[in-house]
Design a binder for this molecule. Sequence first.
Ligand code: ADP
Length: 351
Amino acid sequence: MPDQTPTQEALLDALRAVADPAGRRDIVSAGLVEGVVFRDGLAEAALLTDRAHAEAMEPVCTAAEAALAAVPGVQRARVVLTAHHDAPPGPPSPGLGHKPAAKPLLLANAGAVIAVASGKGGVGKSTVAVNLAIALSQTGQRVGLLDADVYGPSLPTLLGLNRRPEMRDDRIQTLSAWGLHTMSIGYMVDAGTPLIWRGPMVMGALEQMMGEVAWPDLDVLVIDMPPGTGDAQLTIAQRVALAGAVIVSTPQDIALDDARRGIAMFQHTNVPVLGLIENMSYFICPHCGERAEIFGHGGARTEAERLGIDFLGEIPLQAEIRAASDAGTPVAVDNPCLLYTSPSPRDMRRS
Ligand code: ADP
């Protein structure tokens, strides 16, 4: 079979067919292409811009993705906007995309941004996001946690925070809890106040929390995504160079149907799906020790196998997890073994 790996020149040639927003030159001659790489069928490019021109660059990104996708050998294409102006356009960065070495426009100072998502609400997405973030910070990394679930912000409760963030130099400051730098729309409103959003307001709130909050330099930022696959989720998937997405589901078919849609959305936007977690997987009665599979069991593992994605493990339904969340002390802080069942970290090390 002939080698279908496109050359750098072929990818750049394709990008030369895309006009820069001013319309007089192509994006390569205009110096807007910061890097282009090809790996495993995926062509990725980074385009330089600044915040003021980001909106005008959106159609340019779409055109550049189409141009790259048309190059023989390219199966998928992805173009991100980068916000540096100091570095001149240089050779492609090898880590572009999966580990965003080229900084994305939004959340640029996080080394890796991981989305925790679910197809529907109430499956334990926020619980997983919070405990995952804490577990990562316990490994010595600088970790942030963004509550993008603007319809039902739960970080104030889950982290036990009830103070308002400060403004400094016109920027909203993050709140610290359990070693994490955090932000939630729930910090700005009184508990119990219903949040009623119209479409554009959701985007505005998300853009503000991603772009106007004084996020410190972070190794990892975990995003607790809004449930579902609407515009808000798509905006995040497109405006942030996500390193990957973790999908949380309960075992029942109805939750898995929605999880499948979430997985498809990430795949369409070329965000790697890191794996599927089955939450509320089973219940062990603390009195008699009998096991009950309240929402069924094993559906997520089967689905992961069917879709060819990693199954990351089962979390049991435990009263302590719910109580710890409600008390604002996530179980990862002082009782992390409640989260580890199968495969346990020890099993995973063995395999
Ligand atoms: P989502 O973010 O998907 O809407 P949450 O994380 O807010 O879901 O969880 C919904 C409710 O279920 C919360 O009260 C939470 O404490 C509880 N919960 C989540 N996972 C578990 C679990 N494994 N065991 C017991 N309660 C859980």
